[in-house]
Ligand binder design. Structure first.
Ligand code: AHR
Length: 506
């Protein structure tokens, strides 16, 4: 196959925000217990934090890590998770029908974030929680002292405030599966009052409103119109979520999920534009894509996406009711999943004019790039590798790209055979992320970078393989990784069949 990638330095999409590559940890399955935190593991430090997980997370150079949910947060009382561990209650978590021991709470998370070198983003419970609970959590975390909740933090061993900046006003509140689910107008009123009170405690916090999550919901986008029409003077970001699933649509159609994500982001941006058009004083509201990933629901038996309809979130896992930290949603990602994931990453880069933050959901064990075992250690899933390249190389100014040449067909769409993003780094390198969507043939990619002066390909790394179903396992942990190819000279590169590539030019 043949294609030409045209990129011109004068046509800039925008700069990547320092928090563009972020992630998410929820009290769900073994994400927290057994993932971030496992005091009994030989791999843990004095606070019970898995140091191998911390090292892998550091390797990703993530901006924010969101916590504690997700669906979990809409049932969660943060006050259960503070103070002496022996006094903390065991609770029913209604989101995932699990037992929550509360051995890990907000202090543990914020200390984990500090030790790991990531910035925390906390979500408040706007489902079953009150606006006062939300403001009191800000007081507990951010107020220096001399008040009930700030002094309780100090009594619990943390003298200095944590100064958490990023706060999500609830999670997926438009979904009927959410505890305390409400209409857009109800959510807008509650979120506005929570925002007011939280800012009375700390005027410097940044707030993320729940936008529409999923296009199949009846209020999709009307939700954003109503919510942002009310909340725009109070919030800094609007969230959306995106998951794609390999559900029998065919390998190429699954790989093309990036085109669907592109539409999803542009729809969210269009809702912001609508609100701005109606309200002259409305500033641009960046998108916080605070959950995105490939999610194949591998641990339940399912033949198609339709099988999910009508299920509760709990029924979407293999757990029995009221297990503690069950090993659920522990996806084993394949090469095809990694390529699809990489395609989503390219789309995120090509939308940095509207997307400021994107949180990979999730970070450890639960639909995650990292899997842990109490004894065996840590396994990097196939998706770890494109993520690592995106987080390390996908920073700078993203410029517009046009790919012409061969195409492939997905439904009624005719898509270029190569999906690409071009990033001008602050170190004067140019990084091209390029997905060859042809699953059986290589593609000769010509680079038309005439406006960028004379450039040389310094490095060509690729993620590829002959078998799309290959996974990294404990027996073969390095089956899929990033491989260096000999960089070609001139302005043509060969992208192997079914490959996700990182081309570095200087
Ligand atoms: O990330 C898993 C779940 O997906 C989250 O709890 C929820 O917000 C979303 O539906």
């Amino acid at each position: 196959k043949r294609a030409t990638l045209h990129a011109n330095g004068w046509f800039q999409i925008g700069r990547t925000d320092d928090r563009l590559w972020s992630s998410f940890t929820e009290h769900l399955g073994r994400c927290i217990y057994g993932g971030l935190y496992d005091p009994d593991s030989p791999h843990s430090d004095d606070l019970g934090f898995r140091t191998d997980v911390q090292d892998a997370v550091r390797g990703l150079g993530l901006g924010l890590v969101r916590y504690p949910g997700g669906n979990f947060v809409s049932n969660y009382d943060w006050k259960d998770g503070i103070g002496p561990v022996s006094d903390r209650p065991r609770r029913m978590d209604f989101a995932w029908s699990s037992i929550e021991s509360n051995r890990f709470g907000v202090d543990e998370f914020l200390q984990w974030a500090e030790r790991t070198g990531v910035e925390p983003m906390l979500a408040v419970n706007l489902g079953t929680g009150t606006i006062k609970d939300a403001a009191e959590l800000v007081e507990y975390c951010n107020h220096p002292g001399g008040t009930y909740w700030s002094d309780l933090r100090r009594a619990n061993g943390r003298e200095e405030p944590y100064n958490v900046t990023y706060w999500c006003l609830g999670n997926e509140m438009e979904g009927s599966w959410q505890a305390g689910h409400m209409s857009a107008a109800e959510y807008a009123g509650k979120a506005r009052e929570a925002a007011k009170m939280m800012r009375w405690v700390d005027k410097d916090i940044k707030l993320i409103a729940c936008g529409s999550s999923y296009h199949m919901l009846p209020e999709y986008l009307d939700w954003d119109r109503i919510v942002l029409g009310e909340l725009y003077p109070y919030v800094d970001f609007v969230s959306t979520h995106y998951y794609t699933m390999n559900s029998g649509q065919g390998d190429s159609a699954f790989l093309a999920s990036y085109a669907d994500l592109d539409r999803h982001i542009k729809n969210a941006a269009a809702a912001v534009d609508f609100v701005r058009a109606k309200n002259e004083d409305c500033p641009p509201i960046p998108i916080c894509l605070d959950e995105w990933n490939v999610w194949n629901f591998q641990d339940i038996k399912m033949d198609s996406l339709d099988d999910l309809l009508g299920k509760t979130t709990f029924e979407m896992t293999s757990a029995q009711p009221w297990e503690e930290a069950p090993a659920i949603l522990q996806e084993q990602y394949s090469l095809l999943d990694a390529l699809t994931f990489g395609g989503l990453g390219i789309t995120i880069l090509n939308n940095v004019d509207t997307v400021a933050i994107s949180c990979l959901a999730q970070l450890v064990n639960v639909i995650a790039p990292i899997t842990t075992d109490p004894v065996k250690g840590l396994l990097k899933q196939t998706t770890y590798y494109p993520l690592e390249q995106l987080t390390t190389r996908g920073r700078g100014t993203v410029i517009q790209t046009v790919v012409d040449g061969d195409t492939y067909t997905v439904g009624d769409q005719q898509l270029p055979i190569v999906h690409a993003a071009v990033v001008l780094g602050d170190d004067d390198t140019i990084t091209v992320f390029a997905l060859n969507c042809d699953l059986s043939e290589s593609t000769e990619l010509e680079l038309d970078f005439s406006s960028l002066g004379t450039i040389h390909l310094r490095e060509h790394r690729t993620i590829t393989g002959d078998d799309l179903s290959v996974r990294n396992t404990w027996d073969e942990p390095d089956a899929i990784g990033t491989t260096a190819l000999t960089p070609s000279t001139g302005n043509r590169v060969t992208l192997p069949a079914a490959s996700w590539n990182i081309l570095t030019f200087d």
